[in-house]
Write a protein that binds this ligand. Structure first.
Ligand SMILES: Cc1ncc(COP(=O)(O)O)c(C=O)c1O
Length: 374
């Protein structure tokens, strides 16, 4: 599932090009950079690809979330709803920004349980962060409808699903603001890095200021002379990340296509096994196929299944601690529905490049283990 698998001469050339010009900073140095602004170019290409009016390159997906929350200028101390099953960064970003994280259960799509959002909304709720987990969304349009009906802001955490869509519309563009991650294990990578997208000019400006100490980035004025627009911090993307992003974005459609083919072959090879239930994916077309996930009937069977897979040298994805338990450690509470779903889950990561032998081995091992366990 990783852009790093397709690193090649194109990435090397782009990075060397930046190094030769010796300008690593995204702003200023206009003479030295010979009119070349890599982060800006990456943002322009990214917003075209995603279909948003604005895009802002940032230092990571975690910082994208923090900036997104700050850019909305919501009253501090209020509640922001997200889901129990998400990488810990979502919950950390809410806390770091001075809000109270409120967690919801997930459903069998591994995404936020919409009925539970209804239950968790209080007079103190100001925003919802639905997280498009493991390559696809749940019924994100329904989440948006609910949020709008209650006058709540939506920040889409799309860090795990760059390039995915729902009913033809790219994920990350459903809410008021969308967040992306390009860390080293993601479907496209800039080593570390992230992006924010929005259609709202004011939100974009607030994000732009916040991510760089409050700088307005005015043309024809040096940084030192600029007025501070608001409080902020440093979450800037640099030119090497921008250069890598341009190349990786060009490769993304092919990466997704390859992953979809690999996933389809594996799924075809195991779909007749009795006793496994595939993850619910409301729009399979929009899935970027980073994982193939199914559920067994009990926790015990799922644990045994994963143990036997390991014994046969096929590693299941590990998504329980940093994506669930850690969040509960921070927030507290009990999430029996999510726990049950996650306890019964078996998931494998789909690589971008897989040989027929690798695919056959995974199918054979899953079939063999299923015979022993189910
Ligand atoms: C759902 C989710 N949100 C946020 C992040 C944070 O992204 P980064 O590693 O770029 O900080 C991740 C990273 O794995 C993630 O999976």
């Amino acid at each position: 599932m990783a852009g790093r698998e397709v690193f090649g001469d194109e990435e090397i050339k782009e990075v060397v090009d930046v190094l030769k010009r010796k300008v690593l900073f995204r702003y200023g140095f206009d003479k030295e950079r010979e009119g070349i602004y890599k982060v800006k170019e990456f943002e322009d290409e990214f917003k075209k690809y995603i279909g948003s009016r604005y895009a802002l390159g940032v230092s990571s997906g975690s910082s994208a979330l923090k900036i997104a929350i700050e850019s909305l200028n919501l009253p501090k101390g209020k509640e922001i709803i997200t889901q129990s099953f998400t990488f810990v960064a979502t919950v950390e970003a809410i806390k770091e920004s001075g809000f109270k994280p409120v967690l919801c259960e997930i459903d069998k799509s591994l995404n936020i349980d919409i009925q539970d959002i209804e239950r968790k909304i209080t007079k103190n709720t100001v925003a919802i962060i639905p997280v498009n987990m493991m390559g696809c969304s749940g019924k994100i349009d329904e989440v948006i409808k609910l949020a709008k009906s209650r006058n709540l802001k939506v920040i889409e955490d799309n860090c795990q699903s760059t390039g995915a869509s729902y009913k033809g519309k790219k994920l990350g563009t459903f809410g008021d603001i969308g967040c992306f991650s390009f860390d080293y294990v993601k479907v496209m990578t800039t080593g570390e890095g992230g992006m924010i997208v929005t259609d709202d000019e004011e939100i974009y400006k607030q994000a732009e200021y916040y991510h760089d100490h409050g700088h307005p980035h005015l043309p024809n004025l040096s940084r030192g002379e600029e007025k501070r627009m608001r409080e902020g911090f440093n979450f800037r993307m640099n030119e090497i990340q921008g250069a890598l992003g341009i190349v990786q974005l060009k490769k993304l459609p092919e990466i997704i296509k390859m992953q979809k083919e690999n996933k389809k072959k594996i799924k075809e090879g195991i779909k007749d096994i009795n006793g496994i239930e595939f993850r619910e994916i409301p729009d399979p077309e929009g899935d970027i196929a980073t994982f193939l996930t199914f559920y067994l009937q009990t926790k015990e069977k799922a644990e045994k299944f994963k143990e036997k897979m390991r014994e046969n040298c096929v590693n299941p994805a590990i998504l329980n601690y940093w994506h669930f338990i850690a969040n509960i450690e921070i927030v507290g509470g009990d999430f029996p529905k999510s726990r049950e779903i996650l306890d019964k889950m078996v998931s494998i990561e789909i690589k971008t490049i897989m040989t027929d032998n690798e695919i056959s081995k995974i199918i054979d091992v899953i079939r063999k283990v299923a015979k022993q366990i189910i």
